[in-house]
Design a protein around this ligand. Structure first.
Ligand code: SAH
Length: 356
């Protein structure tokens, strides 16, 4: 059910935009700072609660802006504390965000697009093609929502991973605008080193990201050790094969003196063999990087299976023996629709009712 509105979404406005807005109606900059503080520090969900603004300004904000842009459609809670939220946007689109609990704190995994066009053959997000990019406000609002949820028990989000549905580097400007607010000490205040962006490898955008010299962590969905295999899993590899990808990553590492993360899904009999370990050694030689091995969350529309726990450990050892820095990720949210895009796909493709 879409709510038709021509009002602006307040979370699309960064501090500069808010300053321009208040100036345009004859008010001083500090009014914008007050609004910004209510939005991101006090995190109120209603303009009426912004008690140090004049009645006139509140009335005007209510007429011109909408604050409530995510409505909860479904929530799945895992026994390990992971919570998956399914939201409806104002135009009726559905998106997912996930909150995870680690021993170092709370982390949110956020989406950047409605659907995804990258077409990775193992992924649930790509079951539904991209309908549109999320606006910066729709990206920020996911973090505000989860932080508000944690506020109820006095807890704080410490980490953001841009690893939900969508390809962040296919919506670069909106993602970067959103992350600025998420990172801003006067807003959501999540340290840059605690924010990770994951990309399937859009080379020109990796170079742009390197040139911006922001401190966010960069993760690359690698998933394969040679071009033939990677192209069969990830069509983006046709446009930007491994050689080009690795050149861009070397540029990023040297220029930024940063360590890269490679995500590597464990797909049974497909990419978990000795020759894959040998190839990875060659491929990553000289890069300041480590590989994060990730158990595959099986998706019923796809045939892939995850490597057994035994095989995962064997592959981990093979990489270690070859001098590669490697970690093995624990499963999270195993008992819910944890794979990227799975909850949304279940709703849209008919496995679940639309309403709670
Ligand atoms: N488009 C970006 C970010 C979104 S996907 C990217 O490709 O990196 C986030 C990560 O989840 C990627 O590494 C992706 O390959 C992985 N992923 C997708 N489907 C998965 C599944 N079923 N199980 C485990 N990881 C999955």
């Amino acid at each position: 059910m879409a709510i038709i509105t021509n009002m602006n979404k307040i979370y699309d406005y960064d501090l500069n935009d808010l300053i321009n807005y208040v100036n345009s109606i004859g008010l001083k900059d500090f009014k914008a700072r007050q609004i910004y503080n209510w939005l991101y520090k006090k995190r109120v969900a209603d303009f009426t609660l912004m008690s140090d603004l004049s009645k006139d300004l509140i009335k005007r904000l209510k007429e011109e802006f909408v604050i409530d842009i995510l409505s909860l459609v479904d929530k799945e809670v895992s026994s390990d504390g992971t919570i998956k939220f399914l939201f409806r946007l104002l135009d009726g689109s559905l998106i997912e965000s996930v909150m995870m609990v680690f021993d170092y704190g709370y982390s949110a995994c956020i989406s950047t697009q409605v659907g995804c066009n990258m077409g990775c053959t193992f992924c649930a997000s790509g079951l539904l093609k991209k309908q549109r990019d999320l606006t910066s406000g729709e990206i920020v609002a996911q973090v505000v929502y989860i932080q508000r949820f944690l506020d109820e028990t006095g807890k704080r989000l410490g980490n953001i991973v841009v690893m939900g549905t969508g390809e962040p580097f296919d919506n670069y400007d909106n993602v970067m605008k959103a992350l600025k607010i998420i990172n801003d000490p006067h807003a959501l205040e999540i340290g840059a080193r605690h924010i990770s962006i994951s990309t399937c490898g859009i080379v020109p955008m990796i170079k742009r990201f390197a040139d911006e010299k922001v401190q966010y962590n960069l993760a690359i969905s690698l998933h394969a050790s040679n071009d033939r295999l990677r192209t069969s899993l990830m069509p983006i590899n046709k446009a930007y094969p491994l050689k080009e990808l690795l050149e861009a990553l070397k540029y990023y590492c040297v220029d930024n003196n940063r360590r890269l993360t490679f995500e590597y899904l464990l797909l049974k009999d497909i990419n978990d063999q000795k020759e894959n370990a040998d190839e990875l050694k060659e491929l990553l030689h000289g890069l300041n990087a480590y590989i994060n091995l990730i158990p595959y969350n099986e998706v019923k529309e796809h045939d892939y299976e995850t490597s057994s726990d035994k095989r995962a450990l064997e592959f981990y050892d093979m990489l270690k023996k070859r001098g590669i820095a490697v970690t093995l990720r624990h499963r999270k949210g195993d008992d819910i629709s944890a794979a990227c895009g799975q909850l949304r796909a279940n709703h849209i493709l008919g496995d679940k009712d639309e309403n709670m």
